[in-house]
Write a protein that binds this ligand. Structure first.
Ligand SMILES: *[C@@H]1O[C@H](CO)[C@@H](O)[C@H](O)[C@H]1NC(C)=O
Ligand SMILES: *[C@@H]1O[C@H](CO)[C@@H](O)[C@H](O)[C@H]1NC(C)=O
Ligand SMILES: *[C@@H]1O[C@H](CO)[C@@H](O)[C@H](O)[C@H]1NC(C)=O
Ligand SMILES: *[C@@H]1O[C@H](CO)[C@@H](O)[C@H](O)[C@H]1NC(C)=O
Ligand SMILES: *[C@@H]1O[C@H](CO)[C@@H](O)[C@H](O)[C@H]1NC(C)=O
Ligand SMILES: [Zn+2]
Length: 638
């Protein structure tokens, strides 16, 4: 017995030391000489459980990926079965952690692992409920992935998919009737028929939240930010950025009115989403040529140049890969290239919505998306590669820490790289534009284009979960689920559906993340954090200096900076092993989400818009939408 114990002791030391060392400064581990027997026992427990967890994740994500890249009933069933089995494992693990009281451990790292592995979410449900919930979610996903709509010009051709057909029409048609046609077809088919599934989803996630002692599923989502004050900070941040958004909104509405006339775009109303170039109005850059501040200035049109230079989809990914490598970070492994699905396969149904995957084994990371060669996908490629780089960087962490300490961080990594890639300086260096320093007017054009994705996104990102929180918390009656949705989108963003909507319609599931049960405030947070990260990296790379007109945030390119790369790598490699505020502080020196860097980046545009709108007498703001019944419900407050 004694001999066994000593052997076990050394075995434990050898097992935990390497990973203890990999966890940054080891701050969260107590000194080895103060290790009590119970801490050693706990470490061994988590070491073994993390390895089992890793294997389960591996198996799970293989089956989820198989379904996502080949949407069949058989693959859906296989995925649900594995998810159900994993839920039971997770539940039992949480029970054992509870029984051993690991959350009270004297060791901070043990407590952290115990807390994370005790967050059960839907796994807390009984097996029947869990299956019903999985069925509801995957049915919504299957519908989203397989919806096709009828062509506006040939109504008997009903084979058009969102990517690429509908997206292409929304981006390029200038006929309000055609735009409205595609908008309505999509919402009628991707949204409305999903109402019962969504209701089931709400019912069962509410039950899961109760089983986990959360007040609601909204509170379950919010706890991932590990900051009881985070929801209030999001509200405050949104309010702080609203004046800038109102300037953009007013200017765009004015230009739309000039183009389409007052019948299509009244002077002071909400903007019909269908006129904005994107199905959800979350990015308005596809209809950019209608609003360009200085149309006479040559615009940074990289799509035309990409086409001229015969860019392929692979080339877009290679450029992203080279960017990370230039920072001294990891190259995409060979398996990425042969196992990813980078274009839409012809022989089967797939979930085209872009996503990045970690298979928790042998650096197996992949992307699944239906890429086309254009500006928007050029950005999305970098966004997804940011997830991939995060996966690779925290690969050595135990499974429980293979994630971001703040959900917003994961969504911000690729966007930060894209901020450099989209700078004039960088586009010139890769031969996509001729001039790497923009004159004042071209700079306003360029900033405006960025604002049409980055700033315009904020009310959208904010509303998606403000809405779902209200549903989860039962603050919005089920009889008002649809009008409440549009009331919020109108109130927070000044946009509305192009046609009247009632409770016979149900529009929220027309957005992928609603079907797929993906929390959305992470994207809002990421849009703030990415500018903080950008400023930190640009400073470290020597590409940004306050008050230096040659080194501004909007024309910073960190390409090739090993210093910035090392800093980013250190930030990412910690995974979720420590609280996000500590990790953020080591990376940027800040401890809070703060829109100051974003506002600095866009300041020249903000000043220009205020002046221009005032000179043109452009009205700002909007009232309630008249596209829903006026007795819908009260107003919402941030
Ligand atoms: C898609 O999945 C089905 C099983 O449902 C399988 O028979 C088929 O071979 C798969 N297709 C591809 C291309 O993998
Ligand atoms: C309209 O679509 C149908 C079905 O795809 C096709 O058979 C027909 O040729 C199309 N008509 C025109 C005028 O393109
Ligand atoms: C692009 O492809 C076309 C047709 O294959 C070819 O003529 C042209 O030279 C190519 N352009 C470049 C920049 O490679
Ligand atoms: C993909 O690449 C990996 C790593 O090079 C290799 O082991 C594997 O056999 C390849 N798989 C396929 C399907 O080509
Ligand atoms: C930059 O300029 C602002 C105002 O012009 C000034 O307050 C600030 O101290 C300057 N910062 C640096 C680093 O020079
Ligand atoms: Zn993402």
């Amino acid at each position: 017995m004694g001999t066994f114990n000593i052997t076990a002791f050394w075995l434990v030391l050898m097992l935990w030391l390497p990973h203890g060392l990999s966890m940054g400064n080891g701050q969260s581990n107590s000194n080895s000489n103060s290790c009590s027997a119970s801490v050693l026992e706990a470490r061994r427990f988590f070491e073994l459980e993390n390895e089992l967890l890793r294997k389960r994740y591996h198996e799970k994500f293989l089956s989820v990926y198989t379904y996502n890249t080949n949407v069949t009933e058989e693959n859906r069933q296989a995925m649900i079965e594995i998810n159900a089995r994993n839920a039971e494992f997770n539940k039992r693990l949480a029970q054992r952690i509870k029984a051993s009281d690991y959350v009270q451990s004297e060791d901070a790292d043990i407590r952290r692992q115990a807390e994370h592995l005790s967050k059960l979410g839907a796994s807390a449900l009984n097996p029947d409920d869990f299956l019903t919930l999985q069925n509801a979610i995957s049915s919504m996903q299957t519908n989203y992935a397989t919806v096709t709509v009828c062509s506006y010009t040939n109504r008997t051709d009903c084979t058009l998919t969102l990517e690429p057909h509908i997206e292409e029409r929304l981006a390029h048609s200038r006929d309000p009737a055609e735009l409205s046609w595609y908008w309505q077809q999509w919402y009628d088919k991707a949204g409305t028929p999903m109402r019962d599934h969504f209701a089931e989803y709400v019912r069962l996630t509410r039950k899961a939240a109760q089983l986990n002692d959360h007040r609601s599923y909204a509170d379950y989502w919010l706890q991932f930010y590990e900051d009881a004050d985070f929801e209030r900070q999001l509200d405050a941040t949104f309010k702080q950025l609203l004046p800038f958004y109102r300037q953009i909104h007013g200017y765009v509405r004015y230009r739309l009115r000039q183009h389409y006339g007052p019948d299509v775009m009244p002077a002071e109303g909400n903007i019909p989403i269908s006129l904005l170039g994107n199905m959800w109005g979350q990015s308005w850059s596809e209809q950019l040529d209608l609003f360009t501040p200085y149309p006479e200035k040559p615009f940074v049109d990289v799509k035309a140049e990409m086409v001229r230079q015969n860019y392929t989809v692979e080339k877009l990914f290679e450029l992203g890969d080279q960017f990370f490598q230039s920072l001294g970070m990891r190259a995409l492994p060979p398996s990425f290239w042969n196992l990813s699905v980078l274009t839409r396969p012809e022989d089967r149904q797939v979930v085209c919505h872009a996503s990045a995957w970690d298979f928790y084994q042998d650096s197996d990371v992949r992307i699944k998306m239906c890429t086309e060669v254009n500006n928007n996908y050029f950005y999305i490629v970098h966004h997804e590669l940011g997830h991939i780089q995060y996966y690779l960087e925290y690969e050595q962490q135990p499974a429980v820490y293979r994630g971001a300490p703040n959900p917003g961080f994961h969504e911000a990594v690729g966007d930060v790289i894209a901020l450099s890639v989209m700078s004039a300086r960088h586009l010139k260096s890769i031969g996509l534009i001729e001039n790497g320093r923009l004159d004042e007017k071209s700079r306003i054009n360029q900033l405006f284009k960025q604002a049409l994705t980055k700033i315009v996104f904020l009310p959208f990102g904010y509303t998606m979960d403000k809405y779902r929180h209200a549903v989860f918390r039962n603050e919005l009656d089920e009889s008002q689920w649809n009008c409440g949705f549009w009331q919020m989108r109108s109130e927070f963003g000044g946009v509305e559906p192009p046609v009247f909507r009632t409770e016979k319609d149900f529009d929220p599931p027309a957005k992928y993340h609603v079907d797929a049960d993906v929390e959305y405030l992470r994207y809002f947070a990421a849009h703030i954090f990415q500018f903080q990260f950008h400023k930190a990296l640009c400073t470290q790379a020597g590409q940004y200096a306050p008050n230096d007109s040659r080194l501004t945030l909007d024309n910073c390119d960190i390409f090739g900076s090993k210093v910035a790369g090392r800093s980013l790598s250190q930030f990412l490699s910690k995974g979720s092993s420590r609280h996000w505020k500590e990790v953020l502080q080591e990376f940027t020196g800040e401890t809070e989400m703060d829109p100051a860097a974003l506002l600095e980046y866009f300041d020249p545009l903000y000043q220009w818009l205020k002046q221009e709108n005032s000179q043109l007498g452009v009205p700002l703001g909007w009232g309630p939408t008249n596209k829903i019944s006026s007795d819908c419900c009260g107003t919402f407050s941030t």
